[in-house]
Structures are given as structure tokens and as C-alpha cells.
Design a protein around this ligand. Sequence first.
Ligand code: M6R
Length: 604
Amino acid sequence: MCGIVGYAGKSNGVIPVLEGLSRLEYRGYDSSGISTKVENDLSVYKKEGKLENLRTHIKDLNLTSNLCIGHTRWATHGAVNDTNAHPHGNEIFSIVHNGIIENANILREDLKSKGYNFNSETDTEVFLWSITDLYKKTNDIEKSIIETFKKVDGNSAFVIMNKENNKMYSIKRSAPLVCGLNSNSNETYMSSDPYALVGFADKIYFPEDGILCIADYTSLTNVLKFKNLDGSTSKDYKVQDNTMEMESVTKGGYDHFMLKEIFEQPGLIRKLTQLYLSDDGVKDLNNFEKFSSKNYIHLAACGTALHAGYVIKNFIERETKIKVGTDFASEFRYRKPNISKDDLGLFISQSGETADTLACQQMCKDEQLYTLSIVNVNGSTLFRECDKNLLIHAGVEIGVASTKAFTQQVLVGLLLSKALASNIDKDVLLKEFNTLASRVEDVLSRKDEIKNIARAIYNKKGFIFTGRGEQYPIALEGALKLKEIAYVHAEGYAAGELKHGPISLIDEDMVNVAIITPDLYDKTYSNAQEVKARKGILVSVGEVNNKELENDSDYYFGIDFDGLVHTKPVITNVVLQLLSYHIAKIKGTDIDKPRNLAKSVTVE
Ligand code: M6R
């Protein structure tokens, strides 16, 4: 989703801003732009499409500026084109914005009635013209920003520069935004993601909502200042050393990041065993028994992370007496759930920046619940806001379609369930994790079998993924993966639900990907036969050497489940990840950056 990088300092800010934007490219965007200040003139350069288009556009201009803000846009208001790209600017201000101004229409009409002309269809321009209007009346930049910020509804982060001084300003509400400082050179930065500032800023400041951040590299005292909305100095921010490192973001010989990330899974499973199941690592799982008396866990997440949550719900309910309610974060936050402060809030997220998930965590925090996350990005907003975090240690996930994060989330969820039950038998778990890693390797080594199935079914009309019990979430996840990267219609269903409606879709052009493991085998097998009886194409994922299933299926993929007591959902999911990948590859879609999707969904 949108990315922001800003620079104020003695050097040429165009370089770190473009570098920072390129690091945020993987999150998904459709246009990009920068604004510079030379002497007292602001200029804006922006281009639809990839960042490369912007680089080409400005290549011969040799831009140099001590103040520079940049943006990668993921369209919310208005079409994808050069005009709607950010920054938006006029003769006084340039601004970039992440998020949505919910009352933009009302504010726009008001500003239009005052004679301001809008160039773009974006909500962002409302902020631009509002600060301009107030500045013309007050000649006070800080006040103009603060008063405008108070007027806009919705979750947003804004970074602003102006032609009058050498300062860069930012302010946010429930949207990611950090300030960075290079304490040797006094260069300052602002960004939607600290990852963009690795190697540039050694200190990262995390301001709270409604704090005006001011970067003034010419200041002799503090180059970064923070103010409350009443103009007083604020200490409402956290500061951390920037310990993040640039992770290798190459495809390492694979055709796509997604494929590389699928293949990373055995190594990551083994890494988890060292991190959580070694004598030292197991400490992270201590002290969970204090939650064993809880009655209820509210679990909220989005997309793939929620599917992992469904698997984790089963683990927790199997291991403990605690009930687990699972919700789409986007529903939980608005449906007024019965929350008691004695409950526990559990939030699952790869990025730790998903707007709806963060809102649920905040809601639970406001109700005084203890909040816990299963998260990948250390230092993300979710990580910072929760009382306790279990990191999944998946490394950076570039492919928009989440793969390795799911696997790690499920496994960390399994460990959590054992910790809640005070039932961590390290040796038993270690054995299962190691067996799982080897079995996933076996599946990966058979990728050509999956590719052949993909070749046979890729152009069929539609796909229904089915599973029961612990495999039901995998049916949902398999369908999500296929639709998001291959752009085909796919649905995930509990196998027993087929005859309550979707079975009417079954004909010779419809594929049923049925996950039929030893758990609830007879029931799930019967459902698959019902599909075959109606001439549907049956792709089954089941236990190795199951001749009955093999004979009845059009295509069959057998897995050795021996020793996988808890983790069968992980391995069946890997098969479905590869199936989606190969179908998408045959179809020639943009696998790592599927159309319309963003890696980190920071708007609701
Ligand atoms: O960063 P998060 O895990 O919070 O993201 C949640 C979803 O947006 C994400 O899982 C999405 O569904 C993926 N594109 C699925 O592959």
C-alpha cells in the first residue's frame, strides 16, 4: 500500500528518498512521485506505473534538494494516473499522504466555495488546500497543519514541506509513520516504514497519534521536535536504535519471490525450533500458564493471517478449556462484541501494520484486555502496541501472496496453545517440527507433479476447495491463494457444506480440490464422491498410498503424514501454495505483485 519517505538535511535528499521508495515497492503501488525544494521553489515530479518510470522521467534533471518528500501510491480515491499520484502541491506546500480522509467530500465543497480549484480526484488535495487556506489567513504553518488535521476524519499520515523554511512536518492518526535521525550528520527522515531508513537513520522515533513532528536540520539544538495539538512540546513518542538490517531481497535464482518464499519454508521451520524449542529459546514460551484461567480469547486478523488464526483456534481449544472467537478484523471492530477485561486479545499479522487488525487491538486495549500478537515484523505498530508478542521469524516476505508467514504463524500458534496448557514437551515438538521440515522438503522436491496437475486444470471454469476440521482453514487459504494470484474464481468450503448449495455449481468444467486426510476421512471422502458423481474434476490431496482415493480422483497427491500429529494443515497447505503458483505461472499473471493488491493493507 502507499509508502512515504521524506528527507531534510545537508545532503541531496533525492537519493535517500528514491532508495527508500524502492525498498517499499514490494508492498504494492501504482504510481510514484517526489517533491523537491530549490531555493524557494517547490517542484513536483510524478509518474503512473513503476518507480522506474519516475526515475526515467527525472534522469536528466540532476535534481538536488535539501528537502525532499516521496510517495508510492496505491489508489483509493481517483484513477491511477500522473495527476492523482502524490505529492500534491501548490506554490506554498507539497504533501504526501497515506490513508483516507473520510469527510473529504464535505471539506472539498467548502474549499471550492472559497475559490480553491482542485487538480486531482484525490482526498489528499483537500488537506493541501485546507492548510493553504489557513496559512494565507494566519501565516502560521504549524497552526495550519494542526487545525486542518483536526478537521479531517479517518486514519491518515501526512508529510508536508513548504517553500518558506527548511522544515519538514508530519502528523498521523492510526497510520504508520516514523521519524529518523542520523545522529552523526543530523540528517532527518520521515517514513511510513523504518525499513526505508535502514542505513540512513540510526535512531527511529515513533510518535503517537496527533503529534506534530518537525524536522529542522538547521536547528542548533534539536533537529527533530514534537508538539502536541495545543502547540506545547510533546514527549509522546518512543525512540529506538535502528537495529534493522537490509535483508537480502533477491530472488536467489527463483523465478518469483513467491516461489523462493515457498521453498524457504523447511529452513524456517527448523529456525523456529532453535528459536523456541532450544533450552534457551523456550523461555519465550514461559509465563503463559498465567492465562490458562482465561475463559475467552478474541482472535482477529485479516486474509491469510485469519486463516492461520482458524487453525490456531483449533489448537487452543484442543489443548485448553479456553474458548476462542475468531473474526475478520474488519467485522470485529464494528460489531460490538462482548468483551470482558478478563478476556485475552490475540492478533495475527505478517506486517503488523494492517489497519483493521490494529484497530481491533486498540479496541481491546481500550477495554483493558491483555493483548498478544503473533507477528512477523519486529518493531511494527502491532508489535509495539501489544503487551506481548510471539515473533514468527519468517524474514522479509516480499510476495504479496503470503506463504511462509502462514506456516510460521500456524507453528507459533501451536506453541502458544501448548504454552497456554503448560504442556510443552520440547522433545516431542522438536521431533514433529523436524519431521515436518523434511516432509515439506519432500513435497517441494515433487513440484513437477503439482505442475502437471496445474497444466491439466488451469483453464477450468472455477475451483472449489474443500476440507473438514483442521483442513477447513486450508481450503479457505488454498482458494484465497489461487484467486489472488491466478485471477480465477475459487471458493473455500467446509466439505460438509457442499450439498447445502455449492454442489449445484459442479459440472465437468468445475474443479474440486479436496483435502482428504485421515482425520474425518470417511465423511470427507463421501463428499468427494458426490462431486465425482456429478462429473466434477476431483483433485485430491490425501495420505500417501491411498489407492481408494487415488483411483477415484482425476488427480491425486499423496503425502506421508506419519509423525505429523498437529501439523498436517501446514503440509497440505504447501501443496496448495505450489498448485496456485503453477496455475498462475501458466496463466502469466504478475505473481509477486498481483493486480489491485497491496502487501500491507494500511487502510480499512
Ligand atoms: O500483514 P497481514 O498479515 O496483517 O496481512 C493480512 C492480509 O492482508 C494478507 O494476509 C493478505 O490476505 C495476503 N495477500 C494473502 O496472501
